[in-house]
Design a protein around this ligand. Structure first.
Ligand code: HEM
Length: 480
């Protein structure tokens, strides 16, 4: 192998230890071209981190179909049992910055890029089936509330819980986050969810609403607050190390994919809004249907190239898979590409980890960091009579019936509590006690009136939830 150091433009570097100076003790010369190149590149090494989900770990692998669901979707990746599709997965924590500790109480990102023969499909999910919000207009506020305070530059329990408790739709997600699953032991020991309702389009153009669930084959394992604190004291990269080391030693993590399905027209009869991201679809009414297996078996060779520069976007879908009227999903359809054009540039789809593995032909041209041949002499417009790439109407989706008046509908009076209460009642009494203790440790740092507001929200889910928490926080019934 050639071990000779060169400049970025290929010329030999004769001295990489000493700059050229005017005289032995004199100042540097401007003609230190190699020094200037080296420092100027170094000065630009940092790119913006993801606004949320900044700390993450990634790995490559494959998805294999084990059960036939081709009746419900024409997506080629699901066309036959045994079919394999290459994937890249990035896991993340949400609120912390790029250098944050892994073992924090937080939801985890679970983003999957399927490199299908019909283009990439990004399923950008979390380790929880629901989310804090149901309206995307509130998303920047959620993040400003959980991230650093503008004055103190510290995370603030007051800001966090002030916003959460004034957004009672968050209670279901808060109950999960403060419960046992709030700190997964590692990325391998947690489930993944598409969370939103998406759609499947069948070969005969029938639409089904669908939810995606990835169940870990490693088993769910979590950390208590105490165990997490001990880990963080010695190791901020516990999830990264676990994923990297297991794959390096050939212990490949696996998840089983299931879907829940609903007929298109059944959405109208559903007792809850099936497009509400704060709700789950009960498994007894919408049973899990097994689909396939996700395995991670190859570590990226270079973290920056393949993990930091990875760009997942809910807009990146393939024929046979579509969106839904979920407002949160609709909001995300704008945000990811927009963020990535800022974070990575307009041509980020060309970065190898993001590029499709099938042929791709668009008329996008030019822009910063266009490093391929820019489609050479190919004309740059459509329609054309030069036999260049034509639109493909065969892949259009069936129309979706919509009704009602355009308005900014308030969700203030929705039922925010039943499913949070169901989750609370599903927990054994030990787990309920841990939920109270974890919540008290977190909300305990906020003002008393905020603690009381949270207890009042919990009461509406289940009186025992509110009372148990009030007891641990030392708040009497008279104060509520
Ligand atoms: C990352 C916006 C809700 C999962 C991001 C990023 C943005 C964003 C701008 C950074 C993207 C990048 O720079 O590459 C939003 C908005 C939301 C929303 C506006 C709601 C309106 C959600 C929900 C989920 C989710 C509900 C899960 C179900 C993720 C994940 C990442 C991410 C996993 C990291 C992807 C990666 O590993 O690169 N989000 N998000 N987000 N978001 Fe969201």
């Amino acid at each position: 192998m050639d071990k000779k150091l060169t400049t970025a433009f290929g010329a030999p570097v004769p001295d990489n230890q000493n700059v050229k100076t005017a005289g032995k003790r004199g100042p540097m010369l401007l003609e230190n071209a190699w020094f200037i190149e080296k420092l100027a590149h170094f000065d630009r090494e940092v790119i913006p981190e993801r606004r949320m989900h900044a700390k993450g770990s990634g790995a490559f692998g494959r998805f294999t179909v084990t059960h036939d669901i081709s009746e419900f979707t024409k997506a080629k990746l699901f066309e036959s049992v045994g079919k394999e599709t290459e994937v890249f997965v990035r896991f993340s924590t949400v609120a912390g910055e790029r250098g944050a500790a892994d073992a924090e109480r937080d939801i985890r990102g679970f983003a999957i890029k399927f490199y299908t023969e019909q283009g990439n499909w990004d399923l950008v999910g979390n380790n929880t089936p629901v989310f804090f919000l149901k309206d995307p207009l509130k998303f920047p506020d959620l993040n400003h509330a959980v991230k650093r305070d503008p004055y103190t530059n510290m995370r603030s329990a007051n800001n966090n819980w002030d916003f959460w408790t004034l957004s009672p739709e968050a209670l279901h997600q808060i109950t999960m986050t403060m419960g046992d699953r709030g700190i997964p032991k590692t990325y391998r020991h947690m489930d993944g969810f598409g969370s939103h309702t998406y759609s499947f389009i069948s070969k005969d153009d029938k639409r089904y609403w669908v939810k995606f669930h990835f169940k870990t084959q490693q088993g769910i394992q979590n950390l208590s607050d105490k165990e997490a604190a001990e880990i963080i004291a010695n190791d901020r990269e516990s999830h990264q190390a676990d994923l990297l080391n297991s794959i390096d030693k050939g212990d490949f993590p696996k998840w089983t994919l299931y879907v829940q399905l609903m007929e298109e027209t059944a959405a109208g009869d559903c007792p809850f809004n099936p497009f509400d991201l704060t709700k789950v679809w009960p498994h007894k009414d919408y049973p899990l249907i097994q689909v396939g297996e996700l395995e991670l078996n190859r570590n990226p060779d270079n973290y920056f190239a393949e993990v930091e520069q990875a760009a997942f976007a809910p807009t990146t879908i393939v024929p046979g898979i579509g969106f839904s009227p979920d407002k949160m999903l609709q909001g995300r359809l704008f945000s990811y590409g927009d963020s990535q054009r800022y974070r990575l540039g307009v041509n980020h789809s060309h970065i190898p980890v993001n590029a499709p593995k099938c042929p791709f032909h668009s008329y996008h041209r030019d822009g910063q960091m266009r490093t391929d041949g820019n489609a050479g002499r190919t004309i740059g417009y459509e329609p054309n009579t030069q036999s260049q790439w034509q639109e493909q109407p065969d892949f259009s989706e069936p129309p979706l019936q919509i009704d009602g008046d355009a308005d900014a509908y308030s969700h203030k009076d929705d039922d925010h509590y039943s499913q949070a209460g169901d989750l609370f009642r599903l927990m054994g009494s030990d787990e309920q006690q841990r939920l109270f203790a974890n919540t008290a440790a977190s909300v305990g740092g906020a003002d008393r009136h905020i603690q009381i507001r949270h207890i009042q929200n919990c009461m509406k889910a289940d009186v025992a939830y509110g009372e148990g928490l009030a007891k641990v926080l030392g708040i009497s019934a008279d104060e509520l």
